[in-house]
Design a binder for this molecule. Structure first.
Ligand SMILES: [Fe+2]
Ligand SMILES: [Fe+2]
Length: 320
């Protein structure tokens, strides 16, 4: 957050609030500010119960984003606890969109191709997406389709034409997606058994689909990942409901509710990537190795943190 505050200067304010609801909040906020070396964002606290937020505590579970008129843009951004680094990407995407940061002809999130770099000619022609602008260096942080992130000058970038822009030039047989240069692959490892053979088999199918995507990075394999993951989540949720997982707790505190929310979050991660790539140039790779890593990380984290919670219940019930 402090880095964002430094990066965006007066364009956006970042406030870190300790919400203990009593006087101890003051010292905790000071401790927090000094241990995290907060220098650019506002560090505050709530010291009375009456002022506590009605929606509870967020912290690592996400950020609240307000517009200049203090209307809520996002009540809770993606959770670091669940998506880790990928959660920050969702905040940055909102910031980029809302601040409409423009430097030269580009905005955060634009798809670009690299050109005119004499010192690293292998980068020329590569496609990528703009992640942030480093004002001190006058360069964009560009996430290339290879998964590498490079700091590049605006003069070394060209806007990537979208499918809509390129309709006149690209034959309608655009189904022949060119996978481009040989991709760097990433091996997605399997997840721990949950003790239920049918669920273990579905987990394996999801991992196999991710590995196929890692090899090809084609849109159709990204869509296949969505199909296998969503089918698995549906089956898992049906089983959890059938065997009463979390049935004795109010829905807002039920482990079934948070489990389903995490499924939704992972599916959204894939769906957003599909939509991003569908609007990109037809010759661009479907997704970066970096995305496969993020997805694998989210899936593993889910299996370790959520799926293991129901294991005992289903094993005891004799589910095969
Ligand atoms: Fe699950
Ligand atoms: Fe699962």
């Amino acid at each position: 957050m402090d880095r964002w505050a430094a990066q965006h200067g007066e364009n956006a304010n970042f406030i870190c609030v300790c919400v203990l609801g009593d006087n101890s909040a003051s010292s905790l906020a000071k401790e927090f500010g000094s241990s995290l070396r907060l220098r650019h964002c506002v560090n505050g606290f709530v010291d009375g119960r009456q002022d506590m937020p009605s929606y509870g505590q967020l912290g690592c579970k996400g950020f609240i984003v307000l517009d200049p008129d203090h209307a809520i843009i996002s009540q809770c951004t993606a959770s670091f606890m669940e998506l880790r680094e990928a959660a920050f990407g969702s905040v940055e995407a909102i910031l980029g969109q809302r601040l409409k940061i423009k430097f030269g002809d580009f905005s955060m999130g634009d798809f670009v191709t690299v050109k005119g770099i004499a010192s690293q000619p292998q980068l020329n022609g590569q496609a990528g997406v703009l992640r942030s602008f480093v004002e001190a260096k006058g360069r964009w942080q560009v996430e290339l389709d290879s998964g590498e992130v490079k700091a590049l000058k605006p003069s070394n970038l060209s806007a990537l034409v979208t499918n809509a822009d390129a309709d006149e030039d690209v034959p309608s047989t655009a189904s022949e997606e060119d996978p481009g240069p040989t991709p760097t692959t990433f091996c997605v490892e399997g997840v721990e058994t949950v003790g239920v053979a049918s669920i273990d088999a579905e987990h394996d199918e999801c991992i196999a689909a991710m590995n196929k995507l890692s090899d090809s990075r084609k849109l159709q394999d990204l869509q296949a990942v969505y199909s296998s993951v969503s089918a698995h989540f549906k089956n898992e949720e049906d089983l959890l409901v059938q065997y009463g997982f979390g049935a004795n707790q109010p829905s807002q505190f039920s482990p079934l509710t948070s489990h389903i929310e995490d499924h939704t979050r992972i599916l959204r991660l894939i769906q957003e990537e599909i939509e991003r790539k569908q609007s990109a140039c037809s010759t661009a790779l479907a997704c970066s190795v970096d995305f496969v890593k993020k997805l694998a990380d989210a899936f593993h984290f889910h299996a370790e943190s959520f799926d293991r919670q129901y294991s005992q219940l289903l094993v005891k019930a004799g589910v095969q």
